[in-house]
Design a protein around this ligand. Structure first.
Ligand code: A2P
Length: 297
């Protein structure tokens, strides 16, 4: 039966959980608590990034969660991402990666993603990631926030096809063209902001479906993503919601209701290249890792 242990086989044969916890906008203390709560409650996928400034907290949460659940490191699937400001040649990327491992308290990661395609450095950085992958401390490599033009450029140059492209994906932003292109190249899409940053939770169509199925709006959306075969990482800092979000395996949406949600697409991205200039080496956040300062020092 489908559940938190359900996996998808990536293009290099590695199995990745189809559902996991994300920790964006979460300080170190909170991410430790959320990650440990998630692991105790059956989550196997954990997704963080250098940019989030919480790899130490995430690593502490992994350690605590493993102790509390009795699971082994190899039961989990940990994703982190190469930070925009640390892209560059092999020496640069390898130094960045080693520091990330140290902060996470891990000796390998399951998936290492390039967080954003910084225009001047993404090809060189990807080659560095390919080399790190071959060296064996990363089980799969991939990218995040790659549109089709940049993905085509990458595929022209790459020796290893990215296993994953992590994109914003939710009812009002469904990225049809990117999904189709990536799937045709055996690149799995992972959804960030699967709840539209919370905005989709009050969509009237979703609210009507929540009443019809007797579930929360979050569960309706997450179940829809499941039925669309999108790998999902959902963030919550509340224990009850972390548990509730994972309870989507004992009901299913009818084909018509999946269609209803499909029709909500407005191609409306929350954060994108031009708004935040993520692709620009001098753009926002290029040189600022911890956006969310630790409130509980
Ligand atoms: P919180 O961390 O306070 O629970 P997304 O993953 O689309 O970016 O959305 C995450 C937002 O949705 C967060 O603000 C999170 O807040 C909120 N959220 C996550 N799960 C639920 C839920 N089950 N019910 C209500 N809000 C939720």
């Amino acid at each position: 039966m489908d559940g938190l242990h359900s996996t998808i086989t990536l293009n290099n044969g590695v199995k990745m959980p189809r559902f996991g916890l994300g920790v964006w906008k979460t300080d170190n203390h909170t991410s430790r608590d959320s990650v440990a709560t998630a692991i105790r409650n059956g989550y196997l996928g954990i997704d963080t990034a250098r940019q989030y400034g919480n790899e130490q907290g995430t690593g502490a949460g992994i350690k605590l969660g493993l102790e509390q659940s009795g699971l082994k490191r190899s039961d989990l699937f940990v994703t982190t991402k190469l930070y925009n400001g640390e892209q560059g040649d092999y020496d640069q990327v390898s130094r960045a990666f080693e520091n990330q491992l140290k902060d996470l308290g891990l000796d390998y990661v399951d998936l290492y993603l390039m967080h954003w395609p910084v225009d001047k450095t993404y090809l060189e950085s990807y080659h560095a990631m390919e080399r790190l992958y071959r060296e064996g401390k990363i089980r799969a490599i991939g990218v995040s926030n790659f549109d089709n033009d940049r993905m085509k450029n990458l595929l022209d140059e790459a020796e290893i096809v990215p296993a994953v492209n992590q994109m914003e994906f939710n009812p009002t932003n469904q990225e049809h063209e990117i999904l189709e292109f990536d799937r045709s190249h055996k690149i799995e899409m992972t959804a960030w902001s699967p709840l539209g940053g919370g905005a989709s939770l009050t969509n009237p169509v979703i609210e009507t479906l929540a009443k019809k199925y007797g579930r929360s709006t979050a569960q309706i959306i997450l179940r829809w993503e499941w039925q669309r075969n999108i790998i999902t990482v959902v963030k919550s800092t509340h224990g009850k919601r972390i548990i509730q979000n994972s309870q989507i395996f004992n009901f299913s949406l009818s084909a018509e209701d999946v269609q209803q949600i499909n029709k909500l697409d407005q191609g409306k991205r929350a954060l994108w290249y031009d708004d935040f200039q993520w692709h620009n080496p001098k753009g926002a956040f290029a040189n600022s890792i911890a956006q969310w300062s630790d409130t509980k020092k």
